[in-house]
Design a protein around this ligand. Structure first.
Ligand SMILES: [Zn+2]
Length: 108
């Protein structure tokens, strides 16, 4: 996703301008998390993975991948910490909307 300037557009609108990279036969680290349905509105339920190359010089959101071989590790955690901006403009953001359909668009 390109960096946005004020006034910020909705994420689904910004996705139209995102660049999609395709890598083949690369070694990398995929790191991310899986969140449950009850986080809808704060995050996207399901898997959210990022691609980190071997040089650790890039970190890209993963839309899709095929794994030929690798090692996996899972860390189950019963809690997480989320910090919100303290700015006045953030207090004016409407967070109560159901963004499920919009978020599904973003993740595809
Ligand atoms: Zn991401």
């Amino acid at each position: 996703m390109p960096k946005q300037e004020l006034p910020y557009r909705k994420l689904a609108n910004g996705v139209a301008n995102q660049t999609v990279f395709e890598f083949e036969n690369v070694s990398c680290t995929l790191v991310g998390f899986r969140t449950s349905d009850y986080v809808t509105g704060i995050n996207v339920p399901g898997y959210h993975l990022h691609f980190i190359n071997e040089k650790r010089s890039t970190d890209e959101h993963v839309l899709e991948f095929e794994l030929e071989n690798g090692t996996t590790a899972l860390d189950s955690t019963p809690s997480f910490f989320m910090e919100f901006p303290k700015s006045y403009s953030f207090t004016k953001v409407e967070l109560g909307q159901d963004l499920k359909i919009e978020m599904e668009t973003v993740e595809k």
